[in-house]
Each structure stands twice: as structure tokens, then as C-alpha cells.
Design a protein around this ligand. Structure first.
Ligand SMILES: NC(=O)c1ccc[n+]([C@@H]2O[C@H](COP(=O)([O-])OP(=O)(O)OC[C@H]3O[C@@H](n4cnc5c(N)ncnc54)[C@H](O)[C@@H]3O)[C@@H](O)[C@H]2O)c1
Length: 218
């Protein structure tokens, strides 16, 4: 599949690198131009064991690219993963400003049916808020899911590859053959279960192959 990762921080970089190692074509986008410049030179901001090798091999294979052009990355993608930061605000609640802004960009950029996955840590009910935001901003078909992240610093690559639990909150029925450690539930319920790793039941509509170049613009 063609995937894009919005927010190439610790979670986004691990997620993008691991998906590309599974054979997916991944575009990692970020608004931080310095970070993207360094990643394009294979200078990582993360020292997660195994990550540097994973990134280098998949960049070399043409499956993993880094860009500041989020709209172009999203337009090419069948699935988009939101991995931006949700810092604690002054009132102790997560500050959703970054994920709202990133979601607005995604909404204005999708082309054709797109699965949008929230990996950022967000309060219960946020997926529905984002769904409404996207609906009001695009006429393109989409569905939104919540796959809350629980990578641990120092073992993030291993946690991705050998998850003890996968939580996918999605509006379609769980796949009949989904097995441990996958748990498919509603978007709201998934917010309560913040222990996860990648693995999503596929959305029902068939997605047309996208005619995008393999290498994205810097
Ligand atoms: N780091 C972890 O181990 C960890 C574990 C579990 C959950 N989480 C959650 O995952 C989310 C991401 O965490 P992180 O540690 O990777 O954050 P991070 O700060 O390392 O990375 C976030 C990135 O998003 C980018 N960004 C912000 N707005 C953007 C936009 N509009 N478009 C594109 N990029 C944008 C930032 O420039 C930054 O590089 C948070 O909600 C966090 O709570 C993190």
C-alpha cells in the first residue's frame, strides 16, 4: 500500500520505517524542514535500536522517503497515519492544536478513498471530532480509525514488530480472521485502551491504485 506518516517524530519515524520494511511505500512528512533535511541525509533524531539500519535499507530500496510536502504525500496515499505531538496543556489536558491543524491539512489533500488513522495519544471522543472536521472540509470518501500508540523508548522497533497488543478502533466490523493480539473495537472504546501496535483490519471499499511516482518531492 501507499502510506503517509504525518509527523516524523519518534513515533512517526518508527512507524514509517517499520511499515516500509513490510513492503509498503511510505512517505514520512513533517513541517520541521531541518528534521526532514537531516533524515534525507540519514541523520536520525532517534537512537532506537535497529532503527538506523531499517531506515537506511528502506530508503535505499526506494520504499521510504521524507518530505515537507504533506499535501502531496497525502494525495498519493491510501492510508494516512497522524503521528503529531499532543502535549499536555496548562490545564493538564492534551493540547490538540497540532493534530487539529494536521488533520485539516490531510482533509484538504486526500484524493480518492483514504483511510485516516490516529496514532497520536488523544482523549476519548477525539476521533469523532476529527471525523467531523474532515467531513466538513472535503467531499472525498474517507474513513477514520484510531490505533493508539504504545511504543516504549528503547524498544520501539521491537514493540512494533512483536506487539503484545494491537488496538484498532474502527467503524467497520472486525475481520473474521483477526487473531491475538489484535483487538478491534469502536473508535471511542479504543481510546480507553492505550496499548497498541500496528495492525488494522482493512476498510471495506476497494481502493484504486494511485499513480504516484516512487520518489516524493523533498
Ligand atoms: N514517543 C513515544 O514513545 C510515544 C509513545 C506512545 C505514544 N506517543 C504519542 O504519539 C504522538 C507523537 O509522539 P512523538 O513522541 O513522536 O512526538 P514528536 O514531538 O517526537 O514528533 C511529532 C512531530 O510532528 C511534527 N508535526 C507537528 N505538526 C505537524 C503538521 N501539521 N504536519 C506535519 N508534521 C507535524 C513535529 O514537527 C514533530 O516532528 C503523541 O501524541 C505522543 O503522546 C508517543
Amino acid at each position: 500500500m501507499k502510506l503517509s506518516i504525518i509527523g516524523t517524530g519518534n513515533v512517526g519515524l518508527v512507524t514509517g520505517a517499520c511499515f516500509s520494511a513490510q513492503g509498503h511505500e511510505v512517505r514520512c512528512a513533517d513541517i520541521d524542514t531541518d528534521k526532514i533535511d537531516r533524515l534525507q541525509r540519514l541523520e536520525l533524531h532517534s537512537e532506537e535500536p535497529g532503527l538506523a539500519d531499517l531506515v537506511a535499507r528502506n530508503v535505499e530500496a526506494g520504499r521510504l522517503t521524507f518530505t515537507t510536502d504533506t499535501p502531496a504525500a497525502v494525495a498519493c496515499s491510501e492510508a494516512v497515519f497522524l503521528c503529531v505531538e499532543t502535549p499536555q496543556g496548562e490545564d493538564g489536558k492534551p493540547d490538540l492544536e497540532q493534530i487539529l491543524a494536521a488533520t485539516q491539512t490531510v482533509a484538504e489533500s486526500i484524493e480518492g478513498f483514504t483511510l485516516i488513522v490516529v496514532k497520536s495519544t488523544v482523549p476519548v471522543g477525539t476521533t469523532e471530532t476529527l471525523r467531523r472536521l474532515i467531513s466538513s472540509s472535503t467531499g472525498e470518501p474517507f474513513t477514520i480509525a484510531c490505533n493508539p500508540e504504545f511504543l516504549k523508548a528503547g524498544s520501539a522497533v521491537r514493540d512494533f514488530r512483536q506487539p503484545d497488543r494491537v488496538v484498532a478502533g474502527c467503524p467497520w466490523r472486525a475481520s473474521a480472521n483477526s487473531s491475538e493480539p489484535t483487538r478491534a473495537t469502536s473508535p471511542a472504546a479504543s481510546g480507553w485502551i492505550r496499548e497498541s501496535a500496528p495492525g488494522l483490519s482493512p476498510p471495506p471499499p476497494a481502493t484504486a491504485a494511485r499513480a504516484c511516482p516512487r520518489t516524493s518531492a523533498p
